[in-house]
Ligand binder design. Structure first.
Ligand code: BEZ
Ligand code: FE
Length: 256
């Protein structure tokens, strides 16, 4: 039965994709020569490791978030991107994410409350937090930064609260030396993402919730190359004893 439902959904989506592309071909009078250019481009993209994933993530992951946000009573989700790693170090309430002393990052505090859609605090939610280094790279993915840095796993307390200290991430360019970069450049777009913090919230009976926060007034917030920014996720800092504080609350949907 489940397989049959899956087949039906699969067929609907594939038929709609095929139909949409056919309409584009007809509307724009795409020639056979142009179709072969597209075939060669996609073949080349597939031959280069990670490039097809990057291309599809850059152009379509944010659309899956729009689709979910349209239906959900929870707070907004956002793209995961390719740099999440399982197994980040556990960090106690108010503790510190490991950062490199030689990379002089600006200290920040991230805190907030996790509730269900009725406003009830949720205890024991696992909250993965990951973000760029102060020079716009990712630990464990790019060489030279140990994978337990710039990442942490927090757990909400009985009041649904979490808090962690780290350093402020900065904008960075997604890999743009391959076909994703070529497409962006052809469209007159840059490859920058605004500074952001990634989150993945998981807990028993809850729908997995992946999101990001961006910082008010900062560069590229209005021109993210992955079109991943929505207003709800752009937050301002407050100041606490000279340290910047970002408060990100989560409203989580129950699993279906
Ligand atoms: C990121 O947010 O980490 C990301 C998203 C898409 C492509 C590359 C990186
Ligand atoms: Fe990122």
């Amino acid at each position: 039965m489940t397989q049959k439902i899956m087949d039906k959904r699969h067929n609907t989506i594939v038929n709609e994709i095929v139909d949409s592309i056919r309409q584009v071909i007809i509307r724009n009078k795409v020639t056979n020569t142009e179709l072969w250019l597209a075939i060669d481009f996609l073949n080349e993209t597939g031959r280069s490791e990670h490039e097809m994933a990057l291309l599809l993530q850059a152009f379509f992951e944010s659309t899956t978030c729009v689709a979910r946000n349209n239906e959900s009573r929870g707070s907004a989700v956002a793209i995961e991107g390719p740099y999440f790693l399982e197994g980040a170090p556990e960090i106690a309430h108010g503790g510190e994410i490991k950062t490199l002393a030689e990379e002089d990052g600006e200290p920040i505090i991230i805190r907030g409350k996790v509730t269900d859609v009725d406003g009830k605090p949720i205890e024991n939610v696992t909250l993965d937090v990951w973000h760029s280094t102060p020079v716009g790279t990712y630990s464990g993915v790019m060489p030279g930064i140990p994978e337990d840095h710039y990442r942490g796993k927090l757990t909400t307390d009985a009041d649904g609260l979490y808090e962690v200290r780290t350093t402020k991430p900065v904008p960075y360019q997604i890999p743009h030396d391959g076909n994703t970069g070529k497409i962006l450049e052809g469209l007159g777009r840059h490859a920058w993402r605004p500074a952001h913090i990634h989150f993945k919230a998981r807990g028993e009976g809850l729908l997995e919730h992946i999101t990001q926060v961006y910082f008010e007034g900062e560069e590229y917030v209005d021109s993210d190359c992955c079109t991943g920014v929505c207003d709800e996720l752009v937050l301002g800092f407050t100041n606490e004893n000279g340290v910047k504080v970002i408060t990100k609350n989560f409203v989580l949907d129950a699993a279906a």
